[in-house]
Design a protein around this ligand. Structure first.
Ligand SMILES: Cc1cc2nc3c(=O)[nH]c(=O)nc-3n(C[C@H](O)[C@H](O)[C@H](O)COP(=O)(O)OP(=O)(O)OC[C@H]3O[C@@H](n4cnc5c(N)ncnc54)[C@H](O)[C@@H]3O)c2cc1C
Ligand SMILES: NC(=O)c1ccc[n+]([C@@H]2O[C@H](COP(=O)([O-])OP(=O)(O)OC[C@H]3O[C@@H](n4cnc5c(N)ncnc54)[C@H](O)[C@@H]3O)[C@@H](O)[C@H]2O)c1
Length: 465
């Protein structure tokens, strides 16, 4: 016998969980199913949250040991109790997951079930041998690490984000393969804790998806702080012998070999649709994940997909934004379409990088006619007080309409500053709109007002010429 639901959501991450909750609040009878026994997804258990808990601990440790610049003495005796930090992380994960479960339990039409779902036809799912029918379904099964095809007996033993947050002991040395978002955040974190870090990246610089000025600021800081960065690397094989990895790669036509106790692979993430048996439901998919239209409907109009299992930006908040669109399109009369041009995100590197809207690189790639205006934090009062003067705020301005279509921030505190940037971009503001706000002194947010003034006065002078 099949149990019937209005909606079945597969995957309880930042995409699936809010979608299921909102649909239940609309009055729909919903089943939320996940392989894990608790909601949260990869973001909570192996991604955003564990990485930021550990990074926060490392940053606090680093602040203490590098506080000599504020004339604080005897800072070199500080120690970090890593096992306790890992315990803190586990408690936060548990608390957040239990909190989400409590919300689920309070919603009378929402059920949670642990199990692995696969389609048997376009209206039926098999969850660990039990059958469930649905009017609508949402595939929110997230992403997975892409491991390049490599030779060697060590490939199966390398760490990914599924391993690194569970190690109770700090490694002494760590070799990162790939210098994208995951590696750059983790390298700087481990480096601050005294772990000897080495990065192997195949491109000409780290963070190749990010604008070069921002990426190179982080790359220079990394190198300055003792991380070894090898670029233009063509990885050949990874062997494991005598408790050590032996990594062979080509660089500038020469073969090089490195030995390291631990290796972490972060060479990009793909969509996870493994084992869903989408063929049985006639749902189209390819390397990028489930094929969806701008309303996030799959090739079967009643089956939607969102989050990391579809092409597009791979962030927790973007997954939740997409979930809102899906539920709206399922239960409200009008249609909503995804648009990533106002997306924002923060890389928790040192300094942090925050991007709202379209960055300079994307603007040029799209052939947009834009003006660029930059405020340098070296001249900023708050930055000088904090002795943290590297970085900048950059506005990407549509030449014709004067609307700020993108903002890049490189700063020790880009995460906090990005909220204002996201609002400016989302509301299609121009410099006059920003000047209406009286920014408090001395704070980093003054940079928005000062940059807006700079743009405004420049345009006045050009007009008066
Ligand atoms: C190390 C790391 C750090 C990150 N840091 C950030 C950050 O700081 N900020 C940010 O915005 N993003 C960050 N991300 C990205 C973020 O984690 C993802 O974008 C986000 O988790 C995507 O959400 P999702 O709901 O699509 O998928 P997921 O969170 O992956 O959830 C998918 C769920 O589906 C379940 N599932 C899969 N298949 C099945 C099945 N057949 N049956 C039942 N259940 C199934 C899985 O168990 C999982 O719980 C980070 C990622 C990593 C790896
Ligand atoms: N703060 C955040 O929001 C945050 C943090 C971490 C991850 N994420 C999300 O997770 C996604 C995945 O992160 P990621 O770091 O795995 O991927 P990524 O796409 O950001 O970077 C992968 C890097 O690996 C390199 N690479 C690929 N194959 C290689 C090879 N064979 N040898 C050497 N280098 C190789 C690529 O050139 C690239 O620089 C990000 O795109 C982002 O969406 C977000």
């Amino acid at each position: 016998m099949k149990i019937h639901y209005d909606l079945i959501v597969i995957g309880a991450g930042p995409a699936g969980t809010p979608a299921a909750m909102t649909a239940a609040q609309f009055g729909a009878k919903v089943l939320l199913v996940d392989k894990r026994d608790a909601p949260g997804g990869e973001c909570l258990f192996e991604g955003c949250i564990p990485s930021k808990v550990l990074e926060n601990a490392a940053n606090n440790y680093w602040r203490v040991i590098s506080s000599k610049k504020f004339h604080i003495q005897n800072t070199n005796t500080a120690q970090i109790h890593w096992e306790a930090v890992i315990q803190d992380k586990d408690e936060i994960l548990k608390k957040r997951s239990q909190g989400a479960m409590q919300v689920i339990k309070k919603l009378p039409t929402l059920d949670f079930k642990q199990g692995t779902a696969k389609f048997t036809d376009a209206h039926t799912l098999n969850i660990d041998g039990e059958f469930f029918s649905f009017d609508k379904a949402l595939i929110a099964t997230g992403g997975k690490t892409t491991i390049p095809p490599l030779k060697g007996n060590g490939v199966d033993k390398i760490w990914t984000n599924k391993d690194v947050f569970f190690e109770k002991e700090l490694p002494k040395e760590l070799l990162f393969i790939g210098a994208g978002a995951i590696s750059c955040e983790l390298t700087q974190m481990f480096n601050k804790l005294g772990v000897k870090c080495h990065i192997l990246e195949r491109s000409e610089r780290i963070l190749r998806h990010l604008p070069s000025e921002a990426a190179l600021t982080v790359q220079n800081k990394m190198i300055e702080n003792g991380v070894t960065v090898d670029l233009h690397v063509d990885l050949q094989k990874i062997d494991y012998e005598n408790d050590k990895f032996i990594v062979t790669f080509m660089q500038e036509g020469k073969e090089r070999i490195l030995e390291c106790k631990h290796v972490l692979m972060a060479t990009g993430r793909g969509a996870n649709v493994d084992g869903l048996e989408l063929e049985n439901a006639n749902v189209e998919y390819n390397k990028g994940g489930v094929v969806v239209n701008k309303q996030l409907q799959s090739s079967q109009a009643h089956i939607y997909a969102c989050g990391d299992c579809v092409p597009g930006p791979k962030f927790a908040h973007t997954a939740t934004y997409e979930a809102g669109i899906v539920v709206h399109n399922m239960f409200a009369p009008s249609s909503h379409f995804v648009n990533y041009d106002k997306n924002s995100w923060v890389l928790f590197s040192d300094p942090q990088i925050g991007i709202a809207g379209i960055n300079e690189q994307q603007a040029h790639e799209r052939g947009l006619d834009v003006d660029i205006a930059t405020y340098d934090y070296s001249q900023d009062a708050r930055s000088q007080i904090d002795k943290s003067t590297e970085g900048f705020v950059k506005f990407i301005i549509d030449k014709k309409s004067k609307v700020i279509i993108g903002i890049e921030i490189v700063s020790e505190d880009a995460a906090s500053l990005l909220g204002e940037a996201a609002l400016i971009v989302a509301n299609e503001m121009n410099s006059m709109d920003i000047m209406k706000a009286i920014h408090p002194h001395p704070t980093l947010t003054e940079s928005f007002g000062k940059l807006a003034q700079q743009i405004f006065f420049k345009s006045m002078m050009q007009r008066n010429r």
